[in-house]
Design a protein around this ligand. Structure first.
Ligand SMILES: [Zn+2]
Length: 321
């Protein structure tokens, strides 16, 4: 049986806004990514969705109203540093809302069956933003907003897989007591931002067991990431039987990344994508929405996204755990 899909790619020139100067999370990431997509010829004939920025209602499912008001005030007054890592310019909230809106649109189209698989290539990233504040280059929790949108659109269970080199602390926080959203993160841990994501963080109350963390040491590479997926996340995802899979797809565990300090390769990311695509084919009708998180070497980011996209188009191995 063929498991081929045509992955919708969400991209917009506006994601080259949110100017941050010499900050590692800057518009040049998107320039490198666009060049890699064009050179690989992978955009020809592909659906190019049209969507709206996330609404206040969509954002307020996971973010505090007072925080959203604060973001509006900061951007209206020209922006500035929100914390030691996170910069906000006059257009930053509009750019972030466009990214979160893309995730909501992709989730809706995936659940309706119109377009089961998508890759949202937005910035700024989202998985560190918590309910009441920005954190770690992230303003809005894109994947969390998408998971909440899926739940309010009728999905019973949503699985989130996060392979960014940093722990997805914001996403974890938002669903820590929730047994309908399974949050799995593999990341570098120990003297590394954001400091959370120990194996003992497993959820609370009804959500106990629905948060899974695999902390790794500096320098680990493809084999360690793959083992986290096959040995730890796989059995949990299979038991959970999600209606939709979301991926926090960061590429800063790549060996070329200036921040990550890990040793992954382009092929390693393709392998993770193969595993996750296989779960989505076996468990939830191929419904998978990947969302860009980190990845700060523009060339490595471009190559890794192209190889991940090829896997999402081709389907996975159709095999669980
Ligand atoms: Zn990261």
């Amino acid at each position: 049986m063929s498991n081929s899909h045509q992955t919708a790619v969400y991209r917009d020139a506006a994601f080259q806004g949110h100017e941050t100067g010499e900050h590692p999370e800057n518009p040049r990431r998107m320039v490198g990514l666009e060049r890699a997509l064009a050179d690989a010829g992978v955009l020809v004939g592909r659906p190019s969705p049209v969507w709206d920025p996330a609404t206040r209602e969509q954002l307020a499912r996971v973010h505090d109203e007072r925080y959203l008001d604060q973001l509006e005030r900061i951007t209206a007054s020209g922006g500035g540093w929100i914390d030691g890592d996170t910069l906000c310019g006059p257009d930053s909230l509009d750019v972030a809302r466009l990214g979160a809106g893309a995730v909501c649109h992709a989730v809706g189209a995936s659940l309706s069956g119109e377009q089961p698989r998508a890759f949202v290539l937005c910035r700024p990233p989202g998985h560190h933003a918590v309910a009441a504040r920005a954190m770690g280059f992230c303003l809005l929790g894109n994947v969390a907003v998408g998971a909440a949108h899926a739940r309010s659109s009728g999905a019973e269970r949503v699985a989130i897989l996060d392979w960014d080199v940093h722990h997805g602390n914001g996403t974890q926080d938002m669903f820590y007591e929730d047994d309908r959203v399974l949050v799995c993160s593999v990341h570098r841990h120990g003297g590394f931002f954001p400091g959370t994501g120990a194996a003992g963080e497993r959820g609370r109350g009804a959500g106990e067991g629905f948060t899974i963390n695999v902390p790794l040491r500096a320098g680990q590479g493809d084999a360690a990431f793959e083992a986290a997926f096959t040995d730890v996340f796989g059995p949990a995802v299979e038991r959970f039987r999600p209606d939709l899979i979301l991926v926090s797809a960061g590429f800063d565990a790549h060996a070329a990344d200036p921040l990550g300090g890990m040793g992954m390769t382009d092929a390693g990311f393709a392998r993770l994508a193969t595993i996750v695509a296989g779960w989505s084919d076996a468990l939830c009708g191929g419904r998978l929405v990947a969302v860009l998180e980190g990845g700060y070497d523009p060339d490595a980011l471009g190559r890794s996204v192209v190889s991940t996209l090829a896997v999402l188009d081709g389907g996975g191995e159709g095999r669980v755990s």
